[in-house]
Design a protein. Structure first.
Length: 183
């Protein structure tokens, strides 16, 4: 377990688990959101984003002989971190838990003005704009089945046959996985 892609819906705990695994296994953590969301929430172009992911993984392989990533981006064929991973951890949490986490996290970040990536902060508009592109709470609700369906297909269509895949459904399963993780 030296190249780990942590995936799942918003609020599933991807970043938290990926950081914890990186610390425990002495790997480099690659935050895909930090590569994608440039200043002023400007998205990276697909080619730049893919190049940044590839560079970050190569640097991590040279530096720490491995990495963890967290995030859901692009079409399945564009998931560089999925195809390079030896381990894929799918955090498939229930929708009610995701919604509770995202609402609380977004509120906390908006109030404290916590910097996320590249100077970006959660705007309070996350609570009253209806467009999922401008409202992470709505995005989480709308994208729930899309991510679950996409990941279910990847589990059965041989897309992930090159990796060991863990599908975790509860915080207790995540805690057990982290406790037993080793390389």
């Amino acid at each position: 377990m030296r190249r780990i892609a942590v995936i799942g819906n918003c609020g599933s705990g991807k970043s938290t688990l990926a950081k914890q695994l990186a610390d425990k296994l002495d790997l480099t953590h690659i935050e895909l959101d930090a590569l994608f969301h440039q200043p002023d929430w400007t998205p990276s172009t697909p080619s730049n984003f893919q190049a940044m992911i590839a560079e970050a993984m190569a640097n991590a392989d040279r530096t720490n002989d491995g990495w963890t990533t967290c995030g859901n981006y692009g079409s399945p064929s564009d998931h560089l971190h999925h195809t390079a991973a030896d381990t894929i951890v799918w955090l498939d949490m229930p929708r009610w838990l995701l919604m509770r986490r995202v609402i609380w996290r977004t509120l906390r970040r908006a109030i404290t003005r916590e910097e996320l990536w590249n100077g970006n902060r959660e705007p309070l508009t996350n609570f009253y704009k209806w467009d999922p592109q401008q409202n992470i709470v709505r995005w989480t609700w709308v994208k729930f089945h899309q991510y679950r369906d996409q990941n279910s297909i990847s589990m059965t269509d041989r897309s992930w046959d090159h990796a060991v895949v863990y599908r975790l459904h509860t915080p207790a399963e995540v805690a057990g996985f982290l406790e037993n993780a080793q390389f």
